[in-house]
Ligand binder design. Sequence first.
Ligand code: ADP
Length: 410
Amino acid sequence: MFFTVVNSMMLVEWLFIVFVLILYFYFGRRSRMLLKELKKKEIIAKIDKAREEAMLGSIGDGVVATDKNGAIIFVNKAAQEMIAWDDSMVGKRLGDISLLSDETGKHVSIEKHPLHQCLVKRKKIISTNYHFVKKGQMDLAVYISAMPIFLKDEIIGAIEVFRDITQEKEIDRIKSEFVFLASHQLRTPLSTINWYVEMLMSGDAGPINDEQRNYLKEVYDGNQRMVEMVNDLLNVSRLDLGTLAVQLVPVDLQNLIEEEIKANQPSIEDKKMHTNCEVSSEIKGVETDIKMVKMLLQNLITNAIKYTPAGGKIDIKVMPSGKKEYTLSVADNGYGIPQAAKEKIFTKLYRAENVMAKEITGTGLGLYMVKSIVEKLQGKIWFESEVDKGTTFFVSFPIKPVIKKKTISI
Ligand code: ADP
């Protein structure tokens, strides 16, 4: 009896030992397998990371990644070369260290840096107007695209890609030079046509009948449109080439505006339109470039006339906006700018469909010119518009702009 009890106890112990051994071998093997798996995953992750870094690193464009505060966490090789990178720059903000200048050579503050802007505005920012200034070297014209990185709805960082576009800019310059020369050469024959058609219409070369006069009128009007287009092309190429140097002089804005309204008096009377001009007496000591502001006013006022039906109203105002700024507004109650056209309205040659459908002639160069003038005079331009209700263009300028010549100093 006693032995039977002892034997069964030993059997239980043995069974327990066998069970523990099975558990040890089974789970030991399993945990070793899990460990192996983990190591494998770690190695794959490392390879993936290295591959991604190698891919980003070997992109020909500059790539900079930052955290949500704009502090740099990654810079690829191309970017390092473009911004004369050194390792002490890790953790700093790109706007603080990259010597970014605008087209006039003015340093771009961190608030205006595309990377900063994309984090603040939570959207992609693209710019082709900036230059990186490399130590001891010529500046580098760059295309910059900055994009916030979202995780669900939260911004976790940003990525900026930039490309050297010095060559493209040079090609653009050559194209502008060609347009400038071609339009310059076209002016003389067009003036000759004008001159002779006017002579024929006035009967200087003998009497003409009504049918002939109508044909000549068609030639004259077509030629006038061509003159307008050639003049616009000439001015656009001058602005693009930068051959129109800004010359700041004291001006009387009221006078300038009234002169432009007067220059448009025939079409204002033709369409029986009403104009109103109001310049606040608080605005004193304005300095600007007369030629450029005349061009700007001419474009905004002729547009307001062209794109407003007969009997409409144009309201021009100049009001202070802040201590050192004024805002000019040109309002009409015309056809308006459709929502779909708003993004593209300042682009070269763009015309909105609603006015094209009405067969109103134009070149699509006016607002592009206006925008370049505003940029040259350090102003801002924007507009409000509703289809068939009207449009107001606003332009704000510093009372005394400080225009820097394009100099690079580091
Ligand atoms: P253009 O008048 O020669 O077509 P602009 O560059 O001056 O060229 O204007 C571009 C386009 O913007 C116009 O074709 C028109 O569609 C729109 N636009 C400009 N000003 C106005 C305005 N005051 N009212 C409505 N549309 C306008």
